[in-house]
Design a protein around this ligand. Structure first.
Ligand code: HEC
Length: 108
C-alpha cells in the first residue's frame, strides 16, 4: 500500500513536470545603458587621451578634476600607467600630459 502511494506521488510529479511548457519565452527584452560618452576639448593629444584613457573608466574622470598643474596631471597619468597598468607609451603619455595640463589644468 505504501509503495503504491509513493509510486502515485512520483508518477504524478513526473506527469506534472512533463506538462510544464518548456519552450523558451521568445519575448525580446532589452536594457538601455546611460550614454556616458564625454567629448574632450579639442586640441593636440585629444585623440590619444580619448582612445587610451577610456580603456578602464569613462572620460568623465578628466573634466571632473579640479584644474591640476602639469606636475599633478603627470602624476595622475603616471599612476594610471605604473600602478594600474595603462598601456600607454612614453611619447603618448607626454602628449596626453601636455594636453591635460593645457586644456584641463591650472596653467601652472
Ligand atoms: C589600466 C586602467 C586605466 C587606464 C587605461 C586609465 N586609468 Fe585612470 N583610473 C584607473 C583606476 C583603477 C582608477 C581609480 C579607481 C577609480 O576611482 O575608479 C583611475 C582613476 C582616475 C582618475 C581619478 C583620480 C585618481 O587619481 O584616482 C583620473 C583623473 C584618471 N583615472 C585619469 C586617467 C587618464 C587621464 C588616463 C589616460 C592617460 C587614464 N586615467 C587611464 C585605471 C585606469
Amino acid at each position: 500500500m505504501k509503495i503504491l502511494l509513493i509510486f502515485t506521488v512520483l508518477f504524478s510529479s513526473v506527469l506534472f513536470a512533463l506538462s510544464q511548457d518548456r519552450t523558451p519565452n521568445a519575448t525580446v527584452r532589452s536594457i538601455h545603458l546611460p550614454d556616458i560618452r564625454t567629448d574632450l576639448k579639442p586640441g593636440e593629444g585629444r585623440e590619444k587621451a580619448e582612445s587610451l584613457c577610456v580603456i578602464c573608466h569613462s572620460l568623465d574622470y578628466i573634466p571632473m578634476q579640479p584644474g591640476f598643474s602639469k606636475a599633478q596631471w603627470a602624476a595622475i597619468v603616471n599612476k594610471m600607467i605604473k600602478v594600474f597598468g595603462a598601456p600607454i607609451n612614453e611619447a603618448d603619455a607626454n602628449l596626453i600630459i601636455n594636453y591635460l595640463a593645457e586644456k584641463y589644468g591650472s596653467k601652472e
